[in-house]
Design a protein around this ligand. Sequence first.
Ligand SMILES: [Zn+2]
Ligand SMILES: [Zn+2]
Length: 177
Amino acid sequence: MGQPTSNYFSNRVLKINVGFLLAAGPGHSHDTTFDAPAVRVADDLTLDYIRGPLRLSRNKEGVLVQGELQVGFSGECYRCLDTVTANLTIEFEELFAYPSPAAAEFSLHDDGVLDLGPLLRAEVFIATANNLLCRPDCRGLCPDCGANLNTTQCACAAEAVDPRMAKLKELLESHKR
Ligand SMILES: [Zn+2]
Ligand SMILES: [Zn+2]
């Protein structure tokens, strides 16, 4: 009772209770399938959907998480800053250490909850860093006036004169005098 019926914008779906795996001991594994609508993964990342298989395997060091998730991502084109929506495949294999050593990048909470959020956030940022384009041949923004060259043709390029042509122009001008 009182539970929200939708996971929309909640990252609760990314917090997986693996207490049963910790208790079962090394060698046990659990397969699950994600099928979540829009999830707020972190303050700076919301995914339109998360779908795909996830395997949790208990080993001596903790719980190994293997996934191949399809996620819907909305962000800015690297070149023209237009909004881009992309369907990404995020593949990962990461150990969540338990009990948690101080140096571990990912670890399990003492209550047996595995939070997939920080891992998913890191993987999505790696997948989209400096390579997300609105289209493969995006022409980007004019470095001089900032115009979006996909939609407009600014006058900057026409005014910029080839240095060799500039010399010729100079010569012609001097002959006129
Ligand atoms: Zn673009
Ligand atoms: Zn321009």
